[in-house]
Design a protein around this ligand. Structure first.
Ligand code: ADP
Ligand code: MG
Length: 235
């Protein structure tokens, strides 16, 4: 069997609400693995910490405890729970991609540039990057009249397609997906499923949260179930 791209061991994170003297556990003692050419799905009720696990791996959140072992192409392992910000940014450039439910950055750039930017940051030339962006936008059913428009005014589904295209363009080794099809129409959802299946077959390892259980059945090779945590109140 291939060795894991990602091994998460006993990952925990909690938030302290100082006014209420309460600790809100967002995820606790999570163990999981992601392999090349496979998709691991995280399931569980709302609030059980699915998004928090992804954010800890991408280091949007600093993990509280546990290990997040990422293995690069050369077989070198980095613990993302301990890695420097510099190392994390380096890995985000080539190795680790994250497609969230929402397009967080809404720059005044045309959609085509928003999508091609990750390739430009990696040193690709503008024309190659724009061609790749155009291919993806076409594949995801984004009408050509929108390509030169900044995505700030797009509908939820259109923004999500820009978000997906931006996350997929650089073909990371590890792809984190947080409800990537939640606001898409059925036709575009099918295209996304096809695209994810193709990318998976090329060797990408994926860790995903899906809105619909049907997508877990269709795409997941492994399923990790998170258990809701109780809020601990201190006296
Ligand atoms: N930045 C944050 N500040 C405070 N609490 C948070 C934060 N992020 C997540 N939480 C809390 O952690 C728990 C898990 O949230 P989340 O990971 O978003 O769950 P899920 O994605 O499974 O719905 C929730 O109780 C949520 O309120
Ligand atoms: Mg979530």
């Amino acid at each position: 069997m291939n060795s894991a791209i990602l091994t998460v061991e006993k990952l925990s994170k909690q938030f302290f609400l100082h006014e209420q003297q309460a600790a809100i556990p967002s995820c606790a003692e999570v163990d999981l693995q992601v392999f090349p050419k496979e998709l691991t799905a995280i399931v569980g009720p709302t609030g059980c910490g699915k998004s928090s696990v992804l954010k800890c791996i991408y280091r949007t959140y600093l993990p509280g405890a546990g290990r997040i072992l990422y293995q690069n192409e050369a077989g070198h392992t980095t613990d993302l729970a301990q890695a420097s910000d510099h190392r994390v940014l380096e890995l985000r450039l080539r190795d680790i991609g994250f497609v969230t439910q929402f397009l967080h950055c809404l720059p005044r750039k045309p959609a085509l540039d928003v999508v091609s930017e990750p390739l430009l940051l990696r040193g690709e030339n503008r024309e190659t990057a724009r061609d790749a962006a155009a291919d993806l936008l076409r594949l995801l059913n984004v009408p050509e009249r929108l390509w030169q428009v900044p995505p700030a005014t797009f509908s939820g589904g259109e923004k999500q397609r820009i978000n997906l295209a931006r996350g997929l363009i650089s073909q990371p080794r590890l792809l984190l997906l947080d409800e990537p099809t939640a606001s898409l129409d059925p036709d575009t959802s099918e295209r996304v499923i096809d695209l994810l299946t193709t990318i998976k077959a090329k060797g990408v390892g994926m860790l995903a949260v899906f809105h619909h259980p049907e997508l877990v059945r269709r795409l997941a090779d492994r399923v990790v179930e998170l258990i809701p945590q109780k809020t601990l109140c201190h006296e």
